[in-house]
Write a protein that binds this ligand. Structure first.
Ligand code: HEM
Ligand SMILES: [Ca+2]
Length: 661
């Protein structure tokens, strides 16, 4: 009963939480110099991004900051933590200065918020046929249009590179996706892998329970494949928790906390540590460089010939998905281990645990800084980020931790909006030399599950330079066939899966309501006719939607979101920008350990915070590789405005503020 009273009180508080927040900036002292790098370099060069060419004179507000009468559809606060009751509450130490590995206890009142191996939350009411978990149908009661048909009609392959953004944008984006979400496939009735296709590659007449109903139309213009095996994602009903509508299970900590490097459970995290001087386990590769350690059975987890081949162990199983994914994780691992060496030098008395935790805390802070300072302005637009308090402060603490803001990854972000970045994927990966010549190009579908490539000769550095130099594909309705026809193609096969069909089907699986609901959530008028969509979507694409869907309220959020015209300064249109902005807002103000917060047990000192704010992605790339030149804006290809400069001239962090007094 007292728990119930407590919850009532908390809910009441939450409903009364202040609508607007004001961010104070405080002044801050300057500090001495001590090199993070051992070699000489120019000190304290301030890195400023060029102001964007496109200015958003009227940036929209995210739902959390909107006048409540303008955002229609935001989930009732009481329903936000519906799934909490499915999981035991962990016991928390309110004074612990470091994050838990699984993210539990970040919020002391709602300790399962953001914890790994719980469930996603929602931002908007689910739309399930039976109110519980059945995929929605068309308004007419008929089936929705076949999602493979939607894909092959709207989303073709066309070479249209992004004008400035490089492949590192895509890669960094994917890293955050893996840091904040992992869904599990449902299992078959006897607990094994669920096979949704016949052994001969055709679609079964009656799909096994738990399979997504993707059939390939007879007149499909693509390859000869006749079946896509896509199990539904596991949800709260699979662990015997009877909430309605279901919530999908999440296998990683929701927070931006580098869980893809460190792991999301204590056992995995420990297995990745040397337990000496704070360091993570490594293996030695070419030129005496360190790489992630190997899994025990490489032939099980990677597409490699023998169990002596390279196949990495890390905090997330998707590390081996393709070489650039592995390279980025290795980069973070090297950063962690470099920091361990520095901390040991500065504080010889620190033990393994202290070094590990301090290095982890700093790696996460640097990563969060790059996310909010460099990445978000690139994808969402700088003006929009500023209007929604997403930019870091330039000095002082931020005191706006919001203990009633749920940071759990919500379904509309992970099962729809953020997957929009699948459009950015390049069908090939360039390897590039120090003089920025492309030395070879790998076809994406040849290198799925081939992390060994990252550790061959000097490929690691060539892949880094490749990500920095190669343009990503543009954010548009075109997707490379490498993911729409050849996803996870086996080496000896001619076809593979279709990620974009999967994305749309996954949205229906997760109960995402149609596009029209997200228009209302994001402050737009509800459309009554297809013509009403033309405020955001070109006439031609609206006509295409109208030719596929029967009713405006049938249109999948993902499909229409992709078609929306880009907002000024952003690569996304209105409703993707809105939902993605909301999620990053929650990961900032709902994360008690967010690096800019003061007054928390885990807060940095002002001197430390000042150093963390010097972090750039260019610095991280330089310090963890042997490349010698880099452009300061690491998410833009090199150009006259963004020239290559020596790594030595990139601002470094001074770790003196970490010396124990
Ligand atoms: C070569 C690059 C990439 C490949 C091959 C890839 C592939 C995949 C696959 C196979 C899934 C699971 C699909 C499903 O069953 O629902 C997935 C999920 C997802 N992807 Fe990607 N992806 C890539 C890049 C990206 C990027 C750049 C982003 C965003 C910045 C992204 C965001 C997501 C998200 C949010 C999910 C949901 C995660 C989950 O449910 O566990 N992906 N991707
Ligand atoms: Ca995480």
């Amino acid at each position: 009963d007292s728990r119930k009273n407590e919850e009532t009180r908390l809910n009441a508080d939450r409903n009364n939480r202040p609508e607007s927040r004001c961010l104070h900036a405080k002044n801050n002292a300057l500090k001495k110099n001590n090199n993070f790098f051992r070699d000489e370099g120019i000190q304290n060069v301030t890195v400023m991004r060029d102001e964007p060419a496109v200015v958003d004179s009227n940036p929209a507000k995210i739902p959390s900051l909107m006048d409540p009468s303008k955002s229609v559809g935001l989930l009732n606060p009481i329903d936000v933590d519906l799934a909490d009751r499915c999981f035991p509450k962990p016991r928390c130490d309110p004074d612990a200065p470091f994050r838990t590995i699984d993210g539990g206890c970040n919020n002391l009142n709602f300790p399962v918020w953001g914890q790994a191996n719980t469930a996603n939350t929602r931002i908007i009411n689910a739309n399930y046929l039976d109110g519980k978990s059945q995929q929605r149908k068309a308004i007419s009661g008929r089936e929705l249009p076949n999602s493979r048909h939607v894909r092959t009609t709207l989303f073709l392959d066309m070479e249209k590179p992004a004008p400035e953004h490089n492949v590192l944008v895509t890669q960094f984006g994917q890293m955050i996706a893996h840091d904040t979400e992992l869904a599990f496939p449902k299992l078959s009735v006897n607990g094994g892998k669920l096979e949704c296709c016949n052994p001969d590659g055709t679609t079964p007449k009656f799909l096994p329970k738990g399979c997504l109903p993707i059939t390939i139309p007879q007149d499909d213009p693509g390859s000869k494949k006749r079946c896509l095996s896509i199990p539904r994602s596991a949800d709260t009903s699979d662990i015997g928790c009877q909430i309605q509508p279901v919530r999908q299970l999440i296998g990683v900590s929701s927070f931006i906390d580098c869980s893809a490097l460190y792991g999301s459970d204590a056992v995995t995290a420990r297995s990745l540590r040397t337990l000496i001087n704070g360091k993570l386990k490594t293996q030695l590769g070419p030129n005496g460089k360190s790489y992630l350690s190997n899994v025990k059975k490489p032939t099980q987890s990677c597409n490699v010939p023998t169990d002596n081949s390279v196949c990495y162990a890390s905090g997330d199983p998707r590390v081996n998905q393709h070489p650039n994914m592995a390279v980025n994780t290795i980069s973070l691992m090297r950063l962690h281990n470099i920091l361990c060496d520095e901390f040991k030098r500065l504080n010889p008395k620190w033990n393994d645990e202290k070094i590990y935790q301090e290095a982890r805390r700093l790696v996460i802070a640097m990563y969060q800084h790059v996310t909010y300072n460099e990445f978000l302005p690139v994808i969402l637009g700088r003006d929009y980020c500023r209007a929604n308090n997403l930019l870091p402060l330039s000095n002082g603490f931020d005191d706006n931790y919001d203990a009633f803001l749920n940071p759990t990854t919500f379904t509309s972000f992970t099962a729809a909006a953020y997957r929009g970045l699948h459009s950015y994927i390049q069908g090939s990966m360039d390897l590039v030399s120090e003089s920025r010549q492309t030395t070879s190009t790998l076809r994406l579908s040849d290198i799925f599950l081939r992390p060994d490539i990252a550790q061959n000769k000097d490929n690691y550095d060539s892949l880094i330079r490749g990500m920095l130099t190669q343009h990503s594909q543009g954010q548009d309705q075109f997707f490379t066939k490498e993911i729409t026809e050849f996803l996870f193609r086996s080496p000896n096969k001619t076809d593979g899966s279709d990620l974009i069909t999967l994305d749309m089907e996954r949205g229906r699986d997760f109960g995402e309501p149609p596009y029209n609901k997200f228009r209302q959530l994001c402050g737009l008028r509800a459309a009554r006719t297809f013509g009403d969509f033309t405020d955001q979507i070109s006439k031609k694409n609206v006509d295409a939607l109208a030719s596929i869907y029967e009713h405006v309220d049938d249109v999948d959020y993902y499909a229409a979101g992709i078609l929306e015209k880009q907002k000024p300064g952003s690569i996304f249109g209105h409703t993707f920008q809105c939902v993605i902005g909301e999620m990053f807002f929650r990961w900032k103000f709902g994360d008690r350990f967010y690096y800019e917060f003061g007054k928390q047990p885990g807060s940095f000192s002002l001197d430390q915070l000042k150093e963390i704010r010097k972090t750039t992605l260019a610095f991280i790339m330089c310090v963890t590789s042997d490349i010698r030149l880099i452009q300061r804006n690491a998410f833009d290809v090199p150009s006259g405005r963004n020239p290559l400069v020596s790594c030595n001239s990139i601002t470094k962090l001074n770790l003196a503020p970490w010396i124990d007094s």
